[in-house]
Structures are given as C-alpha cells and as structure tokens.
Ligand binder design. Structure first.
Ligand code: SF4
Ligand code: SF4
Ligand code: SF4
Length: 325
C-alpha cells in the first residue's frame, strides 16, 4: 500500500489539529493561543508547532512497546505546561492567564463547582464531550492532575489490589457532591467553598504520596478522585471499548502492566477487564497472545486502536495549546 495506515493516522492527526487550532486562532476576539498574545502572528507559529508535535506523538503512540512511556511523558508535559503557565500568570504577568478569573485547578471542582454555584457548565460540557469522543481518555492523558499520580506510581508494579477501593471512591464521590450541595443551601461564602476545594485536592495529593507511591498503582485516580469515578461510570457513552478476546489463555502475564488496577485474576477468568480501565493501552504489549484489543463498531481492532490514538492525541494537543485558567 502506497500510504500505510499509520501514515494516514499521522496525516489525519496533523490535519485535524491544524484545522481546530486555526479556528481557535481566527474566531475569538481575545487571542486564546498564548503565541498570539506574546507577539503578532505568534498564534500561527503555535499552530504549526502543535501540528508537528501532534504528528510526532501520534507516530510514537502507534508503537505498543513504546506507548506507555510516551503517553506518560506527554501527559506530564501537559500538566507541567498547565501549572507552569498558571504560576507565570499569577506571579509574573497576567498575559499567561486565559481569562484572569482564577478557578481551583482540582478535578473535584469540575463536579462540585457547578453544584455550589448553580452555574458554570463549561467544564462539565467539555468533560462530557471528551467522554463521548474518546471514552475514558480524560484519565489517561487529558487531565492536568492525574499525570502526577502516574508519576508517583512509577516503578515495578505490585500485584496486590488496593482494598476497599470501590467503597472508597463512591464514598468520596457522594461526600463531594453532598458537601457542595450543603455549602450551596447553607449560603456558605466563596472562601469556605474554596477551602473545601483545597482540602479535597490536598487529601488527593496525600493519597498520591502515601499510597500510589507505595503500591506503584494509581491509587488516587482509581480509588479516590470523584471525577475518575464518573469517568469509570460514564465512559460507556462512547462506542470505544478495550476488551479481552476469546484468545485469552488466562496466563495472567498482563496483570502487572496496569497502573489503574483494572486487570485482576478473578475478572480475567470471567473474560472481563476491570471498570477502572482508561483504555490507555499500556497492557497491550504485555499480552503475547494478542488477547486484548480495542473495539469500535464496524472497525477492525487495529483500526479502532488507531482511531482512538488519533482522537486522543488531537484532544491532548489541543488541550496542551489551549487548556488554561
Ligand atoms: S481520576 Fe481524577 S485526577 Fe486522575 S486523571 Fe481522572 S480526573 Fe484526573
Ligand atoms: S489477556 Fe493475554 S496476558 Fe492477559 S491473561 Fe489473557 S492471554 Fe494472558
Ligand atoms: S487494562 Fe490495559 S488499557 Fe485498561 S487501564 Fe489497564 S493498562 Fe490501560
């Protein structure tokens, strides 16, 4: 074939990123791309750089052996750029801030904020849109916070599952929603609500440092974060799936490849992957029987996998360029 599927994926990624960011560059009155704010026509240079970066990352993500490494590096880069720009905006020059209206950069606030304020649906709509487009990719490469959990969970994996993780995550989800609602109906001030948000994020950081680091699993994301819990429940809105095939011989070689605690002996024996799966693809190279595959209706597994990578890299690159406070 003159133009193999991988090259088509890279070309699609580059073109879609170029198209989307060109709209972002041309449409709004206030420049959303930092390059345009820093110097005239800098936005176009940023669009070109984003296209190059997206094409390169798509190429790296096609290699199953290399994917875990590049996925995590790209994710960490996004978080560093996100928080780095926030710090520059606060301490150096407001030009680095997107709107000048600061919000707490803590995932739980995506849920608690609109409940407390009874308004502010932009983030929930963005969140649901990514769920529709790429399933749970929010928690494998798109969230500004989870990269730190992935970083804390690095190293040789321990097999043991985090006990009571289901009970813990649903309890946290309930407490965050109930807490935000109580703050609202009690007329609590913004200062009190902010303290509630900071406490939620602070406990999350402690979970990363105390548990993710020790167990080398993403305990914060798979057992604590309320947005991660929502992602696990709502990811089925997207037609994408990662599933086991009939070729699985229950060798259990893959159980050590998942940082999200989604590959357990008991579930694999039933032919299932755990509900915390984020479709990250880290485990695919661990299975020498090709028994883990991506699924999208009407597509062969290899094409479903490429499509997921294209969509995720496009979203990641656009978030890297635009997602700011
Ligand atoms: S679980 Fe929470 S912190 Fe982790 S990646 Fe998902 S939204 Fe972000
Ligand atoms: S998915 Fe693959 S590695 Fe995992 S148990 Fe089945 S055959 Fe073994
Ligand atoms: S089961 Fe595989 S695809 Fe799902 S989260 Fe774990 S490593 Fe990623």
């Amino acid at each position: 074939m003159l133009f193999p599927a991988i090259n088509r994926s890279i070309a699609s990624t580059v073109l879609v990123i170029g198209g989307l960011l060109s709209i972002v560059q041309v449409m709004p009155k206030y420049p959303l791309l930092l390059g345009e704010r820093l110097f005239p026509h800098g936005g176009w240079i940023q669009v070109m750089l984003a296209m190059l970066y997206g094409g390169w990352l798509c190429h790296k993500m096609q290699d199953r052996e290399e994917r875990p490494k590049w996925r995590k590096r790209a994710w960490l880069l996004f978080s560093i750029v996100f928080f780095g720009q926030l710090m520059l905006g606060i301490f150096a020059d407001p030009i680095f801030l997107m709107s000048g209206k600061l919000h707490l950069p803590i995932p739980a606030v995506i849920l608690a904020g609109p409940i407390y304020r009874f308004e502010g649906l932009f983030m929930p709509i963005l969140f649901i849109s990514t769920l529709l487009l790429s399933g749970p990719a929010w928690c494998s490469q798109l969230c500004y916070f989870g990269a730190f959990d992935a970083w804390n969970a690095r190293g040789k994996l321990e097999r043991k599952m985090f006990p009571y993780h289901k009970q813990m995550r649903y309890s946290v989800l309930f407490l965050v929603m109930a807490g935000a609602f109580l703050l609202r109906i009690s007329g609590a001030s913004g200062v009190v609500a902010t303290a509630f948000g900071i406490a939620t994020g602070g406990i999350g950081l402690l979970v990363m440092l105390l548990f993710s680091r020790k167990r080398r699993k993403m305990v914060h994301c798979s057992s604590y974060c309320p947005i991660g819990t929502l992602v696990s429940c709502l990811k089925y809105l997207s037609p994408f799936r990662v599933r086991l095939t009939a070729g699985c011989c229950h060798c259990m070689a893959c159980t050590n490849a998942c940082r999200y605690d989604a590959l357990h002996k008991e579930e694999i024996k039933k032919g299932k992957i755990g509900y915390t799966c984020t479709y990250c693809g880290d485990c695919l190279s661990a299975c020498k029987h090709e028994a883990i595959e991506y699924y999208f209706p009407g597509l062969r597994p290899a094409n479903a996998e490429r499509l997921w990578i294209v969509i995720t890299v496009v979203l990641h690159t656009c978030f890297l360029m635009i997602a700011r406070i």
